[in-house]
Design a protein around this ligand. Structure first.
Ligand code: AMP
Ligand code: ZN
Ligand code: ZN
Length: 420
């Protein structure tokens, strides 16, 4: 009996240690014959990992990875510096105004539907996505792909899902994520994905709850570092021509609870705002007109701007040009953009200890990382800041995928990282 119990305990330990999540399989095709000889790319996203965390917190694995691989001083995110817009910019090579996910939350007048990262049916709605993710480009060219979470991966875009993907589950333990990725790369070569993603939220969550300088954020950095170290250690044993690319979507700013400003304090403005749909708080707020005329929009916006101290409102298509945040009907008829470190809202709201979403051109708090290592990358190479839209053409080049549609990113900016 005692023996049986020991066997059962051992069995449960072993099965726990190798637990893999059930993933969805969207098609049963094989890699094309030409694809089998192509390299592999694993793209890992550490949400909210600010560009200077490696120096600040000295995580063992990432420090070594950055030094021995190819890296940039910082990765400049796209505006607004939020999770969904930037994951989509990285994976499509387009600015948010062109890939359609112009925020974590917004309203799309053409389909009369609101988008929110917390609304599963919205994030699965194809109609929101207006650019081609790298996994779709690859699948179209006979290459199998897999995503262990990535914003947009649960929607059918241009007729394709990744061959293997999962519905987002915030609580999935790191080991489960890692074991599934390992399982994918251990598949027979006909079925093995040549492009895969992996996502960790921990550093962003700690940054919001405790701030970028807190010991909890430092601990989250070390936790993710250890998980990636374990994964890479196991992947190295497979002897595949595998490139590992580690990115983050944006940085994190420390907030002072005093730096909060209400939009429209006067009774008149409050009344005017009743005819607008208002979306957002913190660094950026959208105002969508309901039945009001454009004149009314201008009048309301001017009234707000008159008393604004730490933010400025712009009409749609008149936001600062360098933000590339124009020409999309999903942007409010006017938007209010807060100064760096300031939070704005049309009604009193509490603010977190840390946040992001401000302009990527005011200071470097919003900047993120790009480190890469593998047979297609230069070793011990570092270059200056690049834009996150420039990653897509670089990954397509490594995977030998043709890009025949319009993108915003430029290969010349990321080319120096690649071995000729
Ligand atoms: P934020 O800090 O508000 O820009 O967003 C970060 C949050 O996005 C994370 O804490 C996750 O909860 C959420 N998130 C990240 N990826 C996904 C996804 N693929 N689907 C749904 N939610 C996600
Ligand atoms: Zn994020
Ligand atoms: Zn965040």
């Amino acid at each position: 009996m005692k023996k049986l119990i020991i066997i059962l305990i051992l069995f449960s330990i072993v099965s726990c240690a190798t637990k893999t999540s059930k993933y969805l399989t969207s098609n049963d095709t094989n890699n094309s014959k030409q694809t089998e000889d192509k390299p592999y790319v694993l793209l890992i996203s550490i949400d909210g990992y600010r560009w200077d965390y490696t120096e600040k917190y000295s995580p063992k694995f990432l420090t070594n990875f950055m030094k021995t691989g190819s890296s940039v001083k910082s990765l400049r995110p796209s505006y607004p510096t939020k999770t969904f817009p930037n994951h989509l910019s990285i994976i499509t090579g387009r600015y948010p105004m062109n890939h359609g996910i112009i925020g974590n939350r917004f309203y799309a007048p053409s389909i009369d539907r609101s988008y929110s990262l917390r609304d599963r049916s919205a994030i699965e709605d194809t109609r929101f996505y207006t650019a081609k993710p790298l996994w779709v480009l690859a699948e179209e060219q006979g290459m199998k792909t897999a995503t262990y979470f990535w914003p947009g991966s649960e929607a059918k875009i241009d007729g394709s899902f990744p061959s293997y993907y999962l519905k987002y589950n915030h609580g999935t333990p790191h080991d489960e994520r890692i074991n599934t990725v390992l399982k994918w790369f251990k598949m027979p070569k006909e079925k093995r994905p040549h492009f895969a993603t992996l996502y960790f939220h921990d550093v962003d969550s700690a940054g919001h709850n405790y701030g970028p300088n807190a010991s909890e954020t430092e601990a989250a950095v070390h936790k993710v570092d250890k998980s990636i170290e374990r994964l890479v250690h196991e992947l190295n044993k497979l002897n595949l021509p595998l490139n590992i690319v580690i990115v983050s979507d944006h940085g994190m700013a420390e907030l002072d609870e005093k730096n909060v400003e209400l939009i429209g304090k006067s009774k008149k403005v409050k009344t005017n705002l009743e005819s607008f749909k208002i979306v957002g708080k913190g660094p950026l707020v959208h105002f969508y007109r309901s039945n009001s005329s454009f004149k009314y929009v201008t009048r309301t916006m001017n009234l707000i701007n008159k008393n604004a101290k730490h933010f400025k409102c712009y009409k749609k298509n008149k936001t600062p040009k360098y933000l590339n945040f124009r020409k999309n009907k999903r942007i409010g008829d006017f938007v209010c953009i807060a100064d760096r470190g300031w939070s704005i809202s049309h009604e009193p709201k509490s603010i977190p200890k840390g946040n992001h979403g401000w302009s990527q051109f005011e200071g470097t708090d919003m900047h993120s990382i790009l480190y890469a290592k593998g047979p297609n990358f230069k070793s011990a190479f570092k270059q200056g800041t690049v834009n996150n839209i420039d990653i897509y053409p670089m990954l397509a080049k490594i995977l030998d995928l043709k890009i025949e549609h319009e993108i915003d990113g430029k290969i010349k900016n990321t080319m120096p990282l690649i071995k000729e």
